[in-house]
Design a protein around this ligand. Structure first.
Ligand code: PLP
Length: 353
């Protein structure tokens, strides 16, 4: 399968040992809603070192049940009926669902493949109007791997601030950037109008731990916390304890994980590009390629069925919006021989009809 939205490599052994130690040491109870002070201090140190910004562990951080709970809570407190939200197309679908449930009006901004998948800040700014309450940016992006440059983030943050618009910056794939350095919204604006979303899921291959965090203005964090109290009360205690010891000595693991993914991304792009009729732009970041099969099969649902019949699961491009038609998302954060086996089958099945 190439359809999973998670890494198929191991979590850091030292982190797992710390989790066992925490569990055996009785750290199995509720924590405070915002998270134990130790994890918030570790997160503040990690984020400030990697991305910049000035973060107060006491008031700016909420530990959440994955990045997903953070996104849900942010949408829940910010959006009201009739508010406009700008979302990427192609883009990951969860924010759309939550925003629509809040009665918000969703408008897409396009991610462009030309020149290598990028997020164009001007395309977002051009769509801002007096109804716009929230802009969602996901860099590196699921499913395209598009990124927003530092210059782009600065422009976006400045224009959003001038117009009183919030920016939700979902940077859960921050470790997986294959061209240059990751640019973060945190170093390009103030926390007055930013909700920064991050997670340990993709960074440390612990999706099942359901542990992420939001960084925002104390007022936003307080409101999100009030809702969280009645939804989940707190986040995974053992993960918080283990991660608070591990996070700031994780660089060796993070570098290794990134280089593993880079090699497998290059492998997958090369294999797909060699298939007649398939176009595959190398992603700048993330876990996925978003390859174009439209010359062979214009319907991404039909393509999905054909590939599934050949024994390879992918995610149909339309799942990510109208601009995904004719495409498939394929995950490369897995061993190279698995990629090769899947590519052999895809090659065979597309050649046979
Ligand atoms: C773009 C993006 N944001 C956030 C998440 C949330 O991940 P988690 O809730 O596991 O942290 C995902 C998961 O697939 C994602 O792709």
């Amino acid at each position: 399968s190439l359809s999973a939205g998670e890494a198929r490599f191991d979590a850091p052994p030292e982190l797992i040992e710390l989790a066992v130690k925490a569990m055996q040491g009785g750290k199995n109870l509720y924590t405070s809603t915002n998270g134990i002070p130790q994890i918030r201090e570790a997160v503040a140190a990690f984020v400030q070192k990697k991305f910049g910004g000035t973060i107060d562990p006491g008031t700016n951080i909420l530990m959440t049940v994955g990045g997903m709970e953070a996104i849900f809570l942010a949408a829940r407190i910010l959006l009201e009926k009739g508010d406009k939200v700008l979302l990427p197309d192609p883009g990951w679908g969860v924010m759309r669902t939550v925003a629509e449930r809040q009665g918000a009006l969703v408008e897409s901004y396009p991610l462009e493949e030309k020149g290598g998948w990028v997020i164009d800040a001007d395309a977002i700014v051009d769509r801002m109007d007096e109804k716009t309450k929230l802009v969602v940016v996901n860099s590196p992006s699921n499913p395209t791997g598009a990124t927003l440059s530092k210059k782009g983030f600065s422009l976006l943050m400045q224009k959003a601030q001038e117009k009183g618009i919030f920016v939700l910056s979902d940077e859960v794939y921050h470790n997986y950037v294959y061209e240059g350095e990751h640019a973060s919204a945190l170093s390009c604006g103030s926390l007055d109008n930013l909700i920064f979303i991050n997670s340990f899921s993709k960074t440390f291959a612990v999706t099942g731990w359901r542990l992420g965090y939001a960084i925002a203005h104390p007022w936003i964090i307080r409101q999100m916390g009030i809702f969280k109290e009645s939804i989940s009360l707190c986040s995974f205690s053992i993960g918080q304890w283990a991660m608070s010891e591990f996070l700031n000595k994780s660089d060796a693991y993070l570098n290794k994980a990134r280089e593993f993914c880079r090699a497998n991304m290059e492998r997958m792009v090369a294999r797909l590009s060699a298939i007649p009729g398939v176009r595959c732009t190398p992603p700048r970041g993330g876990f996925y390629v978003f390859a174009d099969f439209s010359a062979i099969e214009p319907s991404s649902q039909n393509l999905f069925k054909r590939l599934l019949d050949a024994g390879v699961a992918v995610v149909p491009g339309v799942f990510f919006g109208s601009k995904g038609e004719g495409r498939a998302r394929m995950m490369f954060a897995c061993p190279g021989d698995h990629i090769d086996r899947c590519m052999d089958r895809i090659e065979e099945t597309l050649a046979s009809r």
